[in-house]
Design a protein around this ligand. Structure first.
Ligand SMILES: O=C(O)CCC(=O)C(=O)O
Ligand SMILES: [Fe+2]
Length: 341
């Protein structure tokens, strides 16, 4: 990173452009005195205890029960049962995208936690928010039965669209130290993003399924290194909320010791940033109990049909095991009450 002055100035410019401006960064030396200062400066932050630790561990238990509920042989107390035939389909990055999991009641309970919603209310200075129906992350250590999770450093934002656009989040449910897998970020590089994409405009693109994703090549990684960026593994306790600006380069690591990683992705945005069409698409995703990726405006919607060995998984299900029971606050986050007939 060049100088602090440059960072601060760029942060203010970037923050005034888009949603982040709602954090009232007004061009003076505004300091929030909380996690928002970290977000502005570093492009990521940890909100400690967004959920009480005991409650987070209870959600982790529910996640293990969900895995065991497939009755394929996985037993949380027997590491030898961590095998792909004994588990629903998880990709090598630990993501579970199918089985209506984004709408299981315990997942909605995490999304509805006041400490999690509250952080995003502060970021956007608004209570009128919608939430993503995103995937869940389950990563077990010592796996030899699945391909390795090789580094996939990326931004979740179209490289042609500059400035702050999306704040991503995840709730961490188990102890997560330096060797326990999980999120790794490149602090401060969100502020260099525009410069990076201008200088690296002729770099080959790593193929992506959406324009809202940019993968860093070896040359891209070298550029970051040459500009003083260093990668940091984010550590957290059960119940901590991890936040990152979509421009911040990131990926995840698999656990290296014996501790699994469980996390629930939680991303909120102001409903004002979604169109009525977005909200109708989002309602449809809710009604069909499918995922939306991390985009709360349902930019992309998913499917509940997992493939196992090239065929539809016989254990697929199209509805959650436990249907979500939403209170008034959570129901607003679906965006449905904001649809004008
Ligand atoms: O699992 C993680 O920590 C990060 C996943 C990721 O890249 C994302 O959700 O955008
Ligand atoms: Fe990402």
């Amino acid at each position: 990173m060049s100088t602090t002055a440059t960072i601060t100035q760029t942060a203010v410019q970037a923050s005034n452009l888009h949603g982040f401006g709602r954090m009232r960064v007004d061009g003076t030396d505004t300091k929030f005195g909380d996690f928002r200062d970290d977000l502005t400066r570093d492009g990521y932050a940890v909100v400690k205890g967004a959920i009480a630790k005991e409650k987070a561990l209870k959600y982790a238990d529910e996640m293990y029960s969900w895995l065991e509920g497939f009755e394929l042989g996985f037993d949380r107390n027997d590491p030898s049962t961590v095998q792909k035939d004994k588990l629903p389909v998880l990709n090598e990055k630990g993501m579970v995208l199918h089985y209506a999991l984004p709408h299981e009641n315990f997942v909605w309970a995490v999304r509805s936690e006041p400490g999690v919603i509250g952080a995003f209310e502060k970021i956007y200075d608004s209570e009128d928010l919608i939430v993503s129906f995103d995937a869940i992350n389950i990563q077990f250590p010592n796996r030899t039965d699945v391909p390795p999770n090789t580094p996939w450093p990326h931004q979740d934002q179209d490289p042609k669209k500059h400035g702050f656009r999306c704040m991503q989040g995840l709730v961490n449910l188990l102890p997560n130290g330096p060797d326990d897998g999980g999120l790794i970020v490149c602090p401060g590089a969100h502020l260099l993003s525009e410069q990076f994409h201008k200088e690296m405009a002729d770099e080959e693109l790593i193929p992506a399924w959406t324009p809202e994703w940019y993968g860093f090549t070896d040359r891209g990684m070298k550029w970051l290194e040459d500009h003083g960026c260093k990668w940091v593994k984010v550590c957290a306790e059960p119940g901590d909320l991890l936040l990152w600006d979509s421009r911040t380069p990131h990926y995840n690591l698999s656990p290296k010791k014996n501790q699994p990683r469980l996390a629930i992705y939680t991303c909120y945005m102001p409903v004002a940033d979604a169109t009525q069409d977005d909200l109708r698409r989002k309602k449809d995703a809710f009604d069909r109990r499918v995922g939306t990726t991390h985009w709360p405006n349902a930019k992309h919607t998913g499917s509940n049909v997992a493939q196992r060995n090239g065929e539809e998984d016989p254990h697929n299900r199209l509805r959650p095991l436990v249907e979500p029971v939403l209170g008034e606050r959570a129901f607003k986050l679906t965006g449905i009450p904001y649809i004008k007939e």
